[in-house]
Every structure is written in C-alpha cells, then in structure tokens.
Design a protein around this ligand. Sequence first.
Ligand code: PBG
Length: 327
Amino acid sequence: MNGTPVVRPRRLRQSPAWRRLAQETRVAPAQLVLPMFVAEGAAEPRPIASMPGVVQHSLDSFRAELDRAVRAGVGGVMLFGVPVAKDAQGSGATDPDGILNVATRIAVEEVGDALVVQTDLCLDEFTDHGHCGVLDEHGRVDNDATLVRYREMAIAQAHAGSQLVGLSGMMDGQVAAVRAALDAAGATEVPILAYAAKYASAFYGPFRDAVQSSLVGDRRTYQLDPANRREGAHEVALDVTEGADIVMVKPAMSYLDVLADTAASSPVPVWAYQVSGEYAMIEAAAQNGWIDRDRAVDEALVSIVRAGADAVLSYSAVEAAERWARG
Ligand code: PBG
C-alpha cells in the first residue's frame, strides 16, 4: 500500500453531467402537493406574517393560484378553511356553505381534472377553543364524540367533491369511522389520507397564525410525543388496518427515521408533510442571508423523498416546480 486509493467514489462526482446521471433520488413536481388557506369573506389575499410568500386566499386569488398550480404540474392541493365564525362544535366544518366546502367545490370545478383536490378533515380551524375535536364537560377532547363530527365532516366534504380526505385530527378510530361514514353515504370512491404518525410539534407554530387558531394549551393528549418512534409505527399499522389508502408522517424533517420505518413497512403509499415551521425556518434564514433558499428547499425535499416519501406536502411546491421548469 502506497496510500493511493483504489476505490474512488469521487469519480462519479467529477462533473455536472456525472452527478446528474449518478443521482439516486429525484423529486418531480407531480409528487408535490400544495397546502392552501382560503379565508371566508376575504376581499384580498392576506399575507401570513410567519410564512412569507404564503397567504390566506380570497376566492379570486384562490382561483388564480389553482391555475398556477396546474401550470406548474404539481400533483394536488390540500385545502384548509379559515372561517369567520367559530363555535364549540366547529359547525362551519359541516355546513355546505362553510368556507372549506365552498372552496372545495370551486377547486373541483376549476381544476379537479388536473389536480387531486384534497381537504383537511379536522375541526381545529372551526372550533372556538381551537382543538381538533369537541370537548367534554371537563374541557377534555372527547374522542368518540369527535368521531361523530368527523363522520359528518367527511360526508360534507364528499358532497363538496373532495378527491381525498386528509384526516389530521389524531383521534383513535378516526379512519375506520370515516371510512364507514363515507361508504354508508355512497362515497366509496373517496380515498382517505391518514395523518398516521402526526407528532405534537413546535413546527406547527406558523400554521396556527395561518388559520388564526384560538388554541390555548397544546395537542399532546392526541398527537404523538416526538420521542416516540415505535408508537409512530403502531399508529401507522392501525390506520392501515382501519382502511387508510395513504399514510402520512408529519412533520417531515425531524421525523425522517419514522418516515423511513413507515416506507419500509407500509403496504400503502407514504406521504410526508413539510410543515409550516419547516418552511418558515428556511424563509427566515434566507431573508437574513444566512442560507441559500433555493438549495435549502431542494435539499429538504430530496431528503424527504430519499427517506421514503412517495409524495410531499410543501408550501414550496409550486415555487419549486416553477423554478425546476426554468432549469
Ligand atoms: C390540523 C392540522 C394542523 C396542520 C395541518 N393540519 C395543525 C395542528 O395539528 O396543529 C399543521 C400544518 C403545518 O404546520 O403546516 N387541522
């Protein structure tokens, strides 16, 4: 041995052409989903301070952004409603004229052939206490009473034309309950995206701004403890058994181990959600000139796909897809 290496992995990194050919993971626009916020009664789109570049849409700006998403070639949109009035039961969630159901109808009509129009199925945007479910007389989130509301919400969303219901509330038995409700209502073709391993994360912070959440306290009695990997696998297995068509891990970047576990064991597609705080961190650092924004966005997305996500929900979806198209 004279110290000269025989194995030289750098050979395949020596030029852009080589690096392109040697690339193991690729992210395509078609596997990105854009989350969108639609605000009831908004005359103009309203910026969200903690999410630069993301807005609460008016119906007009919503339509324009849907067209932009189609042109960018992304795979779908995930809709969230921001209602004017909230109450304890989250009535706006099941009202056919509630903002989320209205937005869903518009999206399905305008772009339902080009994108998969998806809806958040959870009560937190609609409840005055900000929890993902209804409360019992002690102020605790009542699991089974919440399932009744989720069943009603699923039917309302199916009637509005939702092409995928995203169950993000983390109630026990929610997938089975919603599947049964959809089937009984004749909506057997509406698939369920189960936020199976959804952790109680600080990275949802900006989202609470985005939907003007009134939550006091936290969601630790229903979302997973960030310390728990095995429990994430348990939740995924349960949701698959209950009939989930797709399972999701959320947030993405701090949970790539959970994502890789899920990708290795799940018989159904596995998605990941790059959440509001993950987006905000990149934007904030970039605004300070501390990070190269485009490279950071791409690195985050490719890492999530490398770990095993078949699709990624990301607030950067359209902007990234447009940038890649420009080359
Ligand atoms: C619940 C829901 C939340 C997010 C998506 N669906 C909020 C929460 O669980 O606290 C967060 C998404 C994000 O942070 O980008 N409706």
